[in-house]
Design a protein around this ligand. Structure first.
Ligand code: GA4
Length: 314
């Protein structure tokens, strides 16, 4: 069976769970459907070895367990490194501490007591999730009927790709009274092409399929990665795939850990929808732009701002 909807408690949304070992054309159809409907889905049998994931998780737990003064030596996250509560450069805050790393090259030596071990864990993990992201992008192109099936994955395979790895730690907030201080990472869309998210078994991710409506996503199954469409992929598919708002809440008793790979183009890459996805009835929704232009627009705004509509075709 390719897709399973697992039983869940009422408040949680079960994202489609797509088995990547299923029959290829079926799998690509399911991925396209999920990307059009929700912009989010989970994948199992994804090919990233368990030991590679565990090595990265162990390093991540190790890092966040260090005393604050040691973690601060890897900061501030300007633009890469350790950050605590401050998000971006425009005054956004959340109950989160994080490590933001560029995937090539990885240079910060102050993160671990054993930088070589840390670098090996990151490189192994990034290689695994990048390959997974490329495979999913190729399945998407196939499902969309684009003959050059590497047209999307090539952005991530580019040696100058601006992809990032973000390790997030949401410590428990014992004094949670209402929702006001329970936001770990405020609502936003991901600017890049595709996000591959791995989290521990503590819930927290919520998605907003429509305005003002929030649905918690269960952290199960533990063998899955959660995948979501970013703004650049929404533009590359002429709005067919949805870059959906999401946020992370903190838990009152357990710490949440997540690791997000944001697959991005090179700075000089042009984001243009393949001609096969356009027709006289569906002309370009967005003007061509470079990733550099889009990234600058993203970083000059607040976390929750909508940015893609500034790039709409006239
Ligand atoms: C959201 C997705 C990624 O985590 C991120 C974030 C970035 C940051 O934390 O520095 C941004 C945010 C994210 C979008 C708007 C800008 C930039 C914080 C912020 C206020 C690393 C990214 O690429 O964009």
């Amino acid at each position: 069976m390719v897709v399973a909807h697992q039983p869940s408690n009422r408040q949680e949304k079960e994202l489609p769970i797509i088995d990547l070992m299923g029959e290829r054309s079926q799998v690509s159809k399911l991925i396209v459907k999920a990307s059009e409907n929700l912009g989010f889905f989970k994948v199992i049998n994804h090919g990233v070895p368990q030991h590679v994931i565990k090595a990265m998780e162990d390093e991540s737990y190790d890092f966040f367990s260090k005393p604050t003064s040691q973690k601060q030596r890897a900061g501030p996250a300007n633009p890469y490194g350790y950050g605590c509560k401050n998000i971006g450069f425009n005054g956004d805050h959340g109950e989160v501490e994080y490590l933001l790393l560029h995937t090539n090259p990885l240079s910060n030596n102050t993160i671990s007591n054993d930088p070589t071990l840390f670098r090996c864990a990151v490189n192994g993990y990034v290689e695994g999730v990048r390959e997974l992201a490329c495979e999913i992008l190729e399945l998407m192109a196939e499902g969309l009927g684009v003959p050059r099936t590497s047209v999307l994955s090539n952005f991530l395979r580019d040696s100058h790709s601006d992809s990032l790895l973000r390790l997030n730690h949401y410590p428990p907030l014992v004094q949670l009274v209402n929702n006001t201080n329970s936001i770990g990472f405020g609502e936003h869309t991901d600017p890049q092409i595709l996000t591959i998210l791995r989290s521990n078994d503590v819930p927290g991710l919520q998605i907003s399929p429509r305005d003002g409506f929030w649905v918690p996503v269960s952290p199960h199954p533990s063998t899955a990665f959660c995948v979501n469409v970013g703004d650049a992929l929404q533009a590359l598919t002429n709005g067919r795939f949805l870059s959906v708002r999401h946020r992370a809440m903190v838990n009152s008793c357990r710490r949440r850990m997540s690791m997000a790979y944001f697959g991005a183009p090179a700075l000089n890459a042009r984001i243009v929808c393949p001609p096969e996805l356009l027709s006289p009835h569906e002309p370009n929704l967005y003007r061509p732009f470079t990733w550099d232009e889009y990234k600058k627009a993203t970083y000059s705004r607040k976390l929750g701002d909508t940015r893609l509509h500034f790039f709409r075709a006239q």
